[in-house]
Design a protein around this ligand. Sequence first.
Ligand SMILES: NC(=O)c1ccc[n+]([C@@H]2O[C@H](COP(=O)([O-])OP(=O)(O)OC[C@H]3O[C@@H](n4cnc5c(N)ncnc54)[C@H](O)[C@@H]3O)[C@@H](O)[C@H]2O)c1
Ligand SMILES: O=C(O)C(=O)C[C@@H](O)[C@H](O)[C@H](O)COP(=O)(O)O
Ligand SMILES: [Zn+2]
Length: 365
Amino acid sequence: MIRERVDTGHSQYDIVIGTGLLAQIGQFLQELNVKASSRHLIITDTNVQAAGHLSPVLASLQAAGYRAEVFVIPAGEASKRLELAEQAFEFAYEAGLDRHSVVLALGGGVVGDFAGFVAAAYMRGISFVQLPTTLLAHDSAVGGKVAVNLSGAKNIIGAFHQPLAVIYDIAALQTLPIGELRSGFAEAIKHGIILDAELFAWMTEQTPSILQNDPVAMGELLARSCRIKAGVVSADEQERGLRAILNFGHTLGHAVETLAGSGHFRHGEAVAIGMVAAAELSVNLGYCAPTAAAEVEAMVERAGLPTRIPAHINTEELIKSMQKDKKASGGTLTFVLLCRIGEVEIVKDVPPERVREVIASRRER
Ligand SMILES: NC(=O)c1ccc[n+]([C@@H]2O[C@H](COP(=O)([O-])OP(=O)(O)OC[C@H]3O[C@@H](n4cnc5c(N)ncnc54)[C@H](O)[C@@H]3O)[C@@H](O)[C@H]2O)c1
Ligand SMILES: O=C(O)C(=O)C[C@@H](O)[C@H](O)[C@H](O)COP(=O)(O)O
Ligand SMILES: [Zn+2]
């Protein structure tokens, strides 16, 4: 079992990574002093339930004397919306959840963001525990960004609400489809690019083992990638400065994800396109050598992720969407640019013309 600590100053918690942990959730809750006298709520999605990951959690809670209700959301990004959150609030209230209740987010980033948002708002905030079941969720489960979407924009309605713990059962990843594995790999690649050239080199070598879902490679990948995320969040919980580097690839990535249309790109796929474009922009603006951008593109291709922007997405719509990004102010464009593998810089006021050039160059051929 591996433990990493997040310490933001006012919030401290552990990320526990191991095998078979979903069957031990009851004991973890006891260690966290979660009260058995209150009712608790598991939020999961239809695929995670069908893959068999809910049953061990329920059995473990029951064995430890906990009573939990289950709220199942449809799998997919479309579930990150306010109307569904309202249904979850009603469900929680009817089930009698109180301020000592805990929400258990069992699933990938969609469940984590949604359930965390429900926990952040219910009775002005109750505790929640992240039980990640995707590779991508090494990123989403750590750091307390919880949110739902507006129809045309990602994560606009949300909060910073740190979990009580992140309990990561590597065995749960065994049922993950390859496309989801690749998508999650994109965020790990991002962590290497922004802060850890050695991790990036290791991922380059280990790509086949990672894509074969080898538990040893996966354990190391999760531990190293979570350590990077935990370090950044501990230093700057509310994105006053440094934390924005975690958004590398997301300025264009979020715009592409939203404008491509529902279900077209997974989050990590859109981020992959965004990372390659941000690297090209960095070369054009003189921030890095062409070899560094070529390394980013080669890694993204090795992971089997997309690198190009589909023809049906309009350039001006992309620019408009990026001007309303959470990192932007006053309608200007902010990008996280590459200096070299392992080092990035947050750059404000990037001229839209230079971004249009890169969009044109990164179009699907
Ligand atoms: N809060 C953050 O800091 C943060 C960071 C990165 C991404 N995100 C968000 O995370 C979301 C993407 O997360 P994701 O890629 O995990 O998506 P997801 O939660 O939709 O999971 C991907 C798919 O895999 C299925 N699934 C999950 N676990 C499974 C398992 N073990 N076996 C089989 N199927 C399983 C899900 O039902 C879904 O169909 C996006 O909404 C993104 O914006 C948030
Ligand atoms: O934790 C962060 O900070 C991140 O930026 C991680 C991103 O991978 C993630 O997609 C996050 O949800 C994006 O945040 P947003 O504030 O741009 O919505
Ligand atoms: Zn992301």
